[in-house]
Design a protein around this ligand. Structure first.
Ligand SMILES: NC(=O)c1ccc[n+]([C@@H]2O[C@H](COP(=O)([O-])OP(=O)(O)OC[C@H]3O[C@@H](n4cnc5c(N)ncnc54)[C@H](OP(=O)(O)O)[C@@H]3O)[C@@H](O)[C@H]2O)c1
Length: 276
């Protein structure tokens, strides 16, 4: 699908002073119209903003084919962002969205020359001597190839580093995983690629390690003499909730088994490491 490229913004994200010497960052959420963006990526940026952990000079750009505005994205993300129940929270939420733009455009350089996004980059970067660009691909993996080409041809950072973040699953089988790796190799250096499984950071999963290894009682009895069986259950009470597209193409087994479930199994079953 082709669309006319357009740039929509609530207001220009202002650097506090006009600076030529400061480093800046641009974070592009590719697939900003989708489920992962509203459920995970934007709320994570919002959390960083609340904790004052975003860079001082940052622009966040939502990019997708749908003709949307920052206001649309803001409204879609509202249910997934915490801490906006009070007036202070709501004011902060408004301030957060002042750091955003939305650009509509395609994922394929045969049909879109990427100028709308390139223009948004140039407008912001004119204020800075150095600026990194980070692309978070919150889109189905079938678009990774054409997007990698787009980024490499039109959007690499001229005065900073370029990073591309991809979500699992990385391919549908061994061959398509190899094809994806070859494709990424063609356009990027390894340090430019971040492969992400955002569920690996779940607090509940992480806490299994401290439960086992930092607890004298459990550490002593967590072994085959005392445990007859381990049952790992995956429970969600949300239904598919906007993820039908992903589940239809990827499948629930590929989505969770070899990453989330096996990670839990490894945490439950691993032997405490010893040197030598
Ligand atoms: N959803 C999850 O919980 C989850 C969990 C882990 C990993 N992931 C991974 O994260 C990525 C994004 O997931 P998602 O749930 O956000 O996907 P999604 O909502 O189905 O798609 C995101 C956006 O991509 C564009 N898109 C959808 N289908 C397309 C197609 N066939 N061709 C080109 N563009 C298409 C659409 O934007 P426009 O039409 O506006 O361009 C859509 O809004 C996927 O690679 C998925 O495997 C998702």
């Amino acid at each position: 699908m082709d669309v006319d490229s357009s740039v929509e913004e609530i207001s220009e994200p202002p650097p506090s002073k006009p600076v030529k010497c400061t480093d800046a960052k641009i974070f592009v959420i590719v697939g900003a119209s989708g489920y992962l963006a509203k459920k995970t990526v934007y709320p994570a940026l919002w959390d960083l903003f609340q904790q004052h952990r975003l860079p001082d000079h940052v622009l966040m750009i939502g990019y997708a084919r749908s003709k949307l505005s920052v206001r649309d994205i803001k409204n879609r993300c509202r249910d997934f962002c915490t801490g906006i129940g009070t007036e202070r929270g709501r004011n902060r939420y408004e301030n957060f969205w002042r750091l955003h733009k939305y650009v509509a455009g395609g994922y394929n350089s045969d049909r879109d020359n990427g100028t709308a996004l390139a223009r948004a980059f140039e407008d912001f970067e004119a204020n800075y001597k150095k600026c990194d660009r980070i692309f978070y691909l919150a889109v189905p993996s079938l678009t990774y190839g054409s997007l990698a080409e787009m980024i490499s041809r039109h959007w690499k950072a001229p005065k900073g580093c370029t990073k591309v973040a991809l979500e699992k699953p990385f391919g549908m089988n061994k061959q398509s995983m190899k094809d994806l790796e070859e494709l990424l190799d063609r356009y990027f250096q390894e340090p430019e690629i971040c492969r992400i499984d955002h569920n690996l950071t779940l607090d509940l999963v992480d806490s299994i390690m401290s439960l086992r290894f930092a607890n004298r009682f459990y550490k002593a009895v967590w072994n085959k003499e005392n445990i007859a069986a381990v049952l790992i259950t995956f429970k969600e009470d949300l239904g598919t909730k906007g993820r039908g597209n992903i589940f239809d193409k990827t499948g629930i087994i590929r989505d969770i088994m070899h990453n989330h479930m096996l990670q839990i199994l490894s945490f439950v079953g691993m032997i405490f490491g010893t040197l030598n």
